[in-house]
Design a protein around this ligand. Structure first.
Ligand code: GDP
Ligand code: MN
Length: 379
């Protein structure tokens, strides 16, 4: 279970990790009121359970309380990667000298926690991790002894600190580890951990993901409102489809989690980026296929859709009909690329080809074609 930034920061504050002074608000008026109890200037932050808010325009600065009200109004009517913004966090703006990255997470293969740290934190840390993996240090934590002061001191030293700052930073690291343990968390991430111009360390962003299997030990965490779902996630839930939104532009639909995963891998190998994972499950009905294709086409990031179905109980001709129904119902001209084999294969392929849809026997060819279609807009 992911906590909102403001919830994670409350948890940090409980563990004495410095965070900016802040209040949560659900309306522009509340945001203005919140600001009047804080010192200017301000940062107003959209509360959604996805990263990359800064780049998506979800982090705004303001100088006057009136500006806070105005930007809060804008943020509260926004969607970030499909999620509506229902609350904003109004914070005192911190003057940043340097942005560090700090996380404690689970290393499943080694069955232990690990501390991730980098002196190159900030909104581009994912790119840093890909292009310069050495810029991120991994420190394994022995599961029996836990994180000790001297480990934390070593990490702080590696980040380039000495003296009092080294001790301050080591304390933040220890407290982050304690936050993880006390919450049964599988991830606590601070990005950025700011070194302020005054030389202090402050957690400017906070992510805390709890282990769902341990939630029974934290009954106070039960959400009063259901987690906010995007329109696509709501549709998926209604039609019993396993749907996960991803970052790319090629929609992916398949039957069986293994087949869908393999399709995602293949797309990546062919130079494409999947926009989602969608598993129809076993014995997918025509109604489900119809709903799935419409759902994926409705994602504005999607430029082309790749359907990969192995007809078994569901016959290929039925699958083909479902795809065509969805295409005409959605009125979308986005390219659809289909790989369809199994029961009644020939009939299914014929129906699609007659409707001008490219059908392949081979997954590789279909994936290649989907990548091309996403680039050119033609199938
Ligand atoms: P994210 O984009 O979802 O990771 O949102 P963050 O909360 O990490 O904010 C993104 C970026 O906004 C940070 O990396 C900072 O550069 C900037 N930012 C956030 N809060 C403050 C602040 O209090 N002061 C300053 N100067 N910049 C901030
Ligand atoms: Mn961040």
């Amino acid at each position: 279970m992911k906590l909102y930034e403001y919830e994670a920061k409350q948890e940090f504050a409980k563990h004495k990790i410095p965070v900016p002074n802040s209040y949560i608000a659900s309306t522009p008026e509340q945001a203005k009121q919140a600001a009047s109890r804080l010192h200017a200037p301000f940062v107003v932050k959209a509360q959604v359970l996805v990263g990359g808010r800064g780049k998506a325009g979800g982090i705004q600065t303001a100088v006057t309380t009136q500006q806070v009200e105005d930007v809060a109004g804008k943020l509260l009517s926004m969607q970030i990667r499909g999620l509506p913004v229902r609350q904003v966090l109004v914070e005192e703006k911190v003057s940043i000298q340097r942005e560090l990255y700090l996380a404690v997470t689970v290393d499943r293969s080694n069955r232990e926690y690990v501390v991730l740290s980098s002196a190159a934190g900030g909104v581009n840390v994912e790119t840093t991790a890909e292009e310069m993996p050495t810029a991120i240090t991994k420190t394994p934590i022995n599961a029996k002894t836990g994180l000790r002061q001297h480990h934390a001191v070593d990490i702080a030293r590696q980040l380039g600190y000495s003296g009092n700052q080294l001790l301050d930073l080591a304390n933040v690291i220890l407290r982050l580890y304690n936050t993880v343990i006390d919450n049964d968390a599988e991830l606590a991430e601070v990005n950025p951990l700011a070194q302020t111009v005054e030389g202090k360390f402050v957690a400017l962003d906070a992510r805390l993901t709890l282990d769902d299997n341990a939630l029974f030990r934290h009954p106070e965490r039960a959400r009063k409102e259901p987690q906010t779902l995007s329109p696509q996630e709501e549709t998926a839930l209604k039609h019993n489809l396993a749907y996960v939104k991803l970052d790319g532009e090629i929609g992916v639909i398949g039957n069986g989690a293994g087949l869908v995963m393999a399709t995602l891998d293949l797309l990546k190998l062919s130079g494409g980026k999947p926009a989602n994972f969608l598993d129809l499950g076993g014995g997918a009905s025509v109604e489900q296929i119809n709903a799935a294709v419409k759902l994926v086409l409705s994602d504005s990031q999607v430029k082309a859709v790749l359907v990969n179905v192995l007809g078994g109980i569901t016959r290929c001709d039925e699958v083909a009909k479902g795809i065509l129904q969805a295409r005409s119902a959605s009125g979308s001209g986005k390219p659809l690329i289909v790989r369809l084999i199994g029961t009644n294969q020939q009939e299914g392929q014929r129906i699609l080809q007659n409707a001008g849809i490219q059908v392949f026997d081979s997954m590789e060819e279909a994936a290649n074609q989907a990548v091309k279609a996403a680039k050119t807009g033609e199938s």
